[in-house]
Design a binder for this molecule. Structure first.
Ligand code: NOJ
Ligand code: CA
Length: 781
């Protein structure tokens, strides 16, 4: 619907808003309600011609009037001097089906308004006639053929659970090629909310989240934080990252995030902690530019989720909905993956990624590994890899990740080395063709590993050959990594050029039918809707941080990091005393075994790892059974109880169509076992351990639910009503619970396994130990 500007101007009124210490006066331009009337958005313009928006939920103000706009380099800023030249309104309602996800169908229902602002230039820029290419003021041949000022449309989508808005720059514009000095989008909060945050940074998210009032961020931001492989490149004592979860004194849950970050940097939020106003702070590139734009173009969405309860936050699909639909015509090659890996043994120092200690300086193609002395601690050796394949196959897994398989690990870290890996040359003791064949014959795929050492330049040089090698041998998933400082030198992990690199890797991988799980890459912003081969990301402090992970850490991530997409958190660590793996590693992890089981349900990811060593699982095979049985892709998810930083209880119903999809995919390889059945499929179809694909084809699925719970450093009791089960049907229930004496510090490995018969009328009371949890499987009899 197009509204006449004359009518609009006649309808304007002056709204003055106060709160905190500032007062922003604006003329209301348009008002939009969400489809169910829950939220109301106002768009306006200040007397100086500055675009403004504000958001409320019923009587409660969520975002006070907040400015929109940009500071530009070499151009007039896009902050004031605007008039409204167009308003377009629209409504949209669709239900779409993700390739994988927390539910089979997602409703995308919003009301939209796009307001176009035009800034008449003080002196219109003329064409560069008569200016020579050698003159310093020469800017190319760009004129202003449309005779326009600077034109910026702000598109708002208003949902019942939040809003998204983005800036668009149409072609008919004075601005064609322009550079952003800073985006100045404000989010003015109504008070000193409680927040769950990590410090703002240009290159890493590997931080323990902190819970505090907004006013306390400044004092807590410089608390020393453990370092991972990524550089810490902060910029302000009041800077925080998206997704930022907050809670107001009135009990509203507000979450600020970004969606569809493509060809643009991700943003941090910098807080004015007197007035509680956040302003966007973009990640610069190596020259300090925060966005190189070419009209027509648009920024990512800025999202503000607003919910009345914590469980509604977990159920919100706002960020996914703001992303574009899937662009891949054929998604038949994409499937969920449950995997193990030759990995934890390197993380804990039990073995090493490298092959020899002979060479402090490796020159790929020159260094002679064949005649070097192996140090004997190389994890990715043929015998060890076969041991993992055997264990994974026996227990119905889909894949095995092997790190340290390729030449170059001797000097991969800390040198900002450009040509650090070629991604195609295995070490002498890793027989790539034979190991793939061995795995395939057991119904398992090997998962490729590409550590780039943050030399994106080098990775792009080798990418085509690296993906070709994967196709040649039957790998269909890669874990990539971006440890260290970015090359090209001076750039950051979250800048526009580096974000373009991550996206390039995803799109090239899709051409090769390869699924990607990137570590240390930019935090996800829902792009997996558009590119579902992006099956995982780390982009946070994952399990590999071992003893530095605080209890409660994992009760925050589903509200923050996971809002943008799944995390390869790598759960399943049963041996919490690291010295059992490596006598020199004295760290203890802060969880119980049942807490780790609970993560398989509370943390959504289509890519789930059982991260511990096979020998550590061997001591607890009865608890390991839950990891074997649990599915990783769902058609329904119910968030039963939750509070960020405290606890989460989630119930999920498996999606039948993908239960055995990985095994079906592996069976298409010429050298593969054809009758592999994943253990989750065996569980749902109540088949014996030795069941084959033929047995599965003849079997009938049972109705199955899995429930998981996790808690922080406080023990707690939760009540789980089973009213989501089919009424009148008896289910076999298996509850994996912390034993009464369990405690993450003193007794993390004790649990009880209780089998019973239940119906939808039953209510279970379950105790979780400090940093504990539980897992429950329910199968129709
Ligand atoms: C950091 C990754 O997060 C980790 O999982 C990996 O093992 C190392 N880099 C080596 O690539
Ligand atoms: Ca990492």
């Amino acid at each position: 619907m197009k509204k006449s500007i004359a009518i609009l101007l006649a309808g304007m009124f002056l709204a003055a808003c106060s709160g905190g210490k500032t007062e922003l006066t604006f003329n209301e331009v348009e008002k939009v309600q969400s489809p169910g009337g829950v939220l109301e958005l106002k768009v306006g313009i200040t007397p100086e011609g500055g675009p403004v928006y504000a958001l409320s939920r019923g009587e409660q103000v969520v975002i006070k009037p907040s400015r929109l706009g940009f500071e530009l380099l070499d151009e007039e800023n896009l902050l004031t001097g605007f008039t409204v030249t167009d308003i377009q309104k629209n409504s949209f309602d669709e239900t779409w089906e993700p390739v994988w996800g927390e539910e089979a169908q997602i409703r995308n229902h919003y009301n939209e308004v796009a307001v176009t602002f035009e800034q008449k230039p003080e002196a219109a820029r003329s064409a560069q006639q008569g200016v020579s290419v050698t003159d310093p003021e020469y800017t190319g041949d760009l004129g202003n053929p449309y005779g326009k000022g600077s034109v910026m449309t702000v598109r708002f989508r208003v949902y019942d659970d939040g809003i998204g808005f983005r800036y668009e720059f149409p072609l008919e514009n004075k601005l064609t090629y322009f550079k952003i000095k800073e985006e100045k989008t404000e989010f003015a909060m109504t008070g000193d909310h409680t927040a769950w945050w990590i410090p703002g940074d240009y290159s890493t998210q590997e931080f323990n989240p902190t819970e505090s009032r907004l006013s306390e961020i400044r004092h807590l931001s410089d608390v020393p934080r453990p370092r991972g492989g990524s550089p810490q490149q902060g910029f302000s004592p009041t800077g925080v990252q998206t997704a930022l979860q907050m809670k107001t004194a009135e009990g509203l849950y507000i979450n600020i995030h970004e969606a569809a970050v493509l060809d643009y940097p991700t943003t941090n939020l910098d807080l004015d902690d007197k007035d509680f106003v956040f302003t966007t702070h973009l990640t610069p590139d190596a020259e300090g530019v925060k966005g190189r734009m070419q009209a027509p173009c648009k920024t990512p969405w800025r999202s503000v989720m607003v919910c009345g309860s914590a469980t509604e936050v977990l159920a919100s699909r706002l960020v996914l909905n703001l992303n574009d639909p899937c662009v891949l015509d054929d998604v038949s090659w994409i499937h969920p993956v449950k995997y193990m890996g030759v990995w934890w043994e390197m993380i804990t120092g039990k073995s090493e990624w490298s092959y020899t200690h002979d060479y402090p300086s490796v020159q790929l193609g020159v260094t002679d590994y064949a005649h070097s002395n192996p140090h004997g601690r190389h994890g990715a050796n043929n015998e060890n890899v076969r041991r993992y394949i055997d264990f994974a196959a026996e227990n119905g897994f889909d894949g095995i990740l092997i790190e340290g398989w390729n030449e170059g690990w001797e000097d991969w870290y800390g040198h900002q080395k450009d040509f650090v890996f070629d991604f195609i040359t295995p070490y002498p003791d890793f027989d790539l063709p034979a190991l793939n064949q061995y795995a395939h014959q057991k119904g398992i795929r090997l998962i490729m590993h590409h550590e780039t050492s943050s030399s994106t330049l080098n990775y792009e040089r080798w990418m085509e050959q690296a993906y070709d090698l994967m196709n040649q041998y039957g790998y269909n998933a890669v874990k990539s990594g971006y440890v260290g400082k970015i090359i090209p030198y001076g750039d950051y992990h979250y800048s526009q050029p580096t974000i373009n690199h991550y996206h390039y890797a995803i799109t090239e991988a899709a051409k090769h039918h390869i699924m990607v799980n990137a570590h240390e890459a930019v935090r996800p912003t829902g792009l997996c809707r558009t590119w579902p081969n992006m099956i995982g990301n780390e982009s946070a402090m994952g399990t590999e941080f071992r003893g530095t992970i605080q209890p409660g850490h994992t009760t925050i991530f589903p509200f923050t990091r996971l809002q943008g997409g799944p995390m390869d958190y790598t759960p399943g660590i049963f041996e919490t005393d690291m010295s059992k793996n490596n006598p020199n590693d004295h760290q203890h992890m802060h969880h119980t075994i049942c807490n780790q089981l609970g993560l398989y349900v509370t943390f959504y990811s289509p890519l789930q790892m059982a991260a511990d060593l096979p020998e550590n699982y061997a001591n607890f095979m009865d608890a390991f059974q839950f990891i074997k049985d649990v599915a990783v892709d769902w058609d329904k998810s119910l968030y039963l109880e939750a509070e960020p930083g405290a606890y989460i209880v989630t119930a999920r119903h498996p999606k039948l169509s993908t239960l055995n999809a990985s095994a079906r995919s592996t069976a298409t390889l010429p050298d593969a076992k054809k009758d592999m059945v994943t253990n989750a499929a065996k569980f749902v179809y109540a088949l014996p351990e030795n069941a084959t694909a033929k047995d599965l084809a003849k079997a009938t699925p049972h109705d199955v639910w899995y429930v998981g719970g996790i808690t922080d450093e406080n023990a707690r009791e939760v009540t789980v009503k089973l009213d989501f089960l089919k009424p009148g049907v008896v289910y076999e229930s298996t509850l994996y619970a912390d034993a009464p004496s369990a405690d993450y510090e003193t007794n993390p490995q004790v649990y009880t396994i209780t089998r019973s018969e239940v119906t939808s009328a039953d209510v279970m009371t379950i105790k979780m130990a400090r940093a504990g949890g539980f897992a429950l499987s329910l199968r129709e009899k």
